[in-house]
Design a protein around this ligand. Sequence first.
Ligand code: 5RP
Length: 218
Amino acid sequence: MDAKQLKQQAAQAALEFIEPNTIVGVGTGSTVNYFIDALATMKDDIAGAVSSSEASTQRLQEHGIEVIELNHTADIPVYVDGADEITAHLQMIKGGGGALTREKVIAAVAKRFVCIADESKLVDVLGRFPLPVEVLPMARSYVAREIVKLGGDPVWREGFVTDNGNLILDIHNLTILEPMKLEQQLNNIVGVVTNGLFAQRGADIALIASASGVDQRH
Ligand code: 5RP
């Protein structure tokens, strides 16, 4: 079974967590794209979606799923999103697609975060995947210098602009033994909009697809 099929399996399994007639929180990425396609099969049973990126919004709308502004609802029972890395404690690195800020906001509002991933995303320790940090453009160099002081190697994702008009620094060569502490330290740097550590608010459920099926973790 290839990675595409595993992502599809995880995405399909998330449908069982969708509550009828509610607004569904929708993440971003290739795994989520399969989830959006699966969600379309039950679009008449949901009240719409809140989207974490322009790309997901476009795909949802192409399927005829109504996209609702987050400011118009406080009630999102379930948020479904992928991850770049996830641990047994359901803490994650996210933001490979650069949508981390809107993802974190929707995750904060949602009651339950359901992470969908293939088994390649499971790690013992976070940090092999470069940790994305969204920064205000004028703060890029300052934030990079502060990240070096924390022991990371920031690399500017050149040519990429987030949906919020900001830039991304990807921090390489981290071994993140205290994810909550690092999440806080990065948030404390002036000019950082968000970082891709989802440790303080991790997932509630992870659906991890492997050749032997979809494993549900809490
Ligand atoms: C986007 C994300 C994605 O969830 C993450 O990058 C995983 O993507 P994929 O499903 O394509 O592997 O955080 O900002």
